[in-house]
Design a protein around this ligand. Structure first.
Ligand code: B1M
Length: 212
């Protein structure tokens, strides 16, 4: 019997025995739809992790462990999701802005968003405004910008200006975050949303697409 609860629990506890790929594969083999495995297994587990992170019951290491379990399961699930045409709840182009090489927080945000059902286009680190522009032309609904350095925060403003200059500002919502970034800064540069951590990034992204 496929046990989606067990899949969720492995996300919550970490994939210690390397079992999540097998659990995911057997659920699919038993005829559970890829969408159900995603929503009732992986996303359900990741929601618990997100809540615990918000409540300071989990810290960065636990979230990274959950993210790794999620990544393992997604290796099995992603091709099946694509085949079965399960629509993502939105497309997010995420990256650390130009000049900035910090990616641990950005990766956590990407993983939590993927866990919540968003399709992620991870542009990596040191991402030029033009790369975000290209991602929006490619269909991104949300541009998610991370910065860890006070000196690279202006690249967030430049990215928004580049979207503006290309007439794309109404095509995608822009959300920003990272340790030195604040809601005030988001307001100042005209970003649509700000999130302080990876769990709230999911809420912000959903709010931006009117899903919260
Ligand atoms: Co750097 N570094 N670093 N560093 N580094 C900081 C950020 C710093 C605060 C350290 C310090 O001086 N105390 C300081 C910045 C000072 C400032 O500007 N105010 C700093 C500096 C100065 C530098 C260099 C300039 C050092 C040098 O070379 N002289 C250099 C810059 C390189 C560059 O980027 N061009 C540099 C390099 C590096 C390493 C490469 C060694 C390494 C990065 C490795 C990597 O990322 N792959 C590194 C690290 C690890 C850090 C610290 C120690 C940890 C950052 C981290 O990963 N935190 C950091 C000091 C610190 O924070 N204690 C520091 C854990 C991570 C989970 O948190 O990234 O904040 P965080 O992400 C959170 C939230 O911010 C939020 O959610 C995440 C999860 O909750 N969030 C978002 C992040 N992005 C978001 C996007 C969103 C929403 C939320 O929406 C889109």
């Amino acid at each position: 019997m496929a046990d989606l609860h067990a899949i969720a629990q492995v996300i919550i506890d970490g994939d210690r025995g390397g079992v999540i790929k097998d659990l995911t594969a057997s659920a699919l083999n038993e005829g559970v739809s890829p969408g159900e495995v995603l929503n009732n297994g992986l996303v359900a587990g990741m929601s618990v992790v997100g809540e615990r992170f918000k409540n300071n019951e989990y810290y960065v290491p636990e979230v990274l462990i959950a993210a790794r379990a999620m990544k393992n399961a997604m290796e099995i699930l992603r091709p099946r999701l694509v085949e079965s045409g399960v629509a993502p709840i939105g497309k997010v182009a995420i990256g650390t802005v130009f000049g900035d090489l910090h990616d641990i927080g950005k990766n956590l945000v990407a993983m939590m968003l993927e866990g919540a059902g968003f399709q992620i286009n991870d542009l990596g680190v040191n991402v030029q405004p033009e790369q975000f522009v290209a991602a929006v032309k490619d269909g991104a609904d949300i541009v998610a910008l991370s910065a860890l350095l006070t000196t690279t925060m202006p690249a967030m403003k430049q990215t928004i200006e580049a979207l503006d200059a290309e007439g794309l500002r109404d095509k995608a919502r822009v959300m920003i975050g990272g340790a030195p970034v604040t809601q005030n800064y988001a307001d100042e540069i005209n970003a649509d949303g700000y999130a302080a951590d990876a769990a709230s990034a999911v809420d912000t992204a959903k709010t931006l697409l009117n899903m919260a």
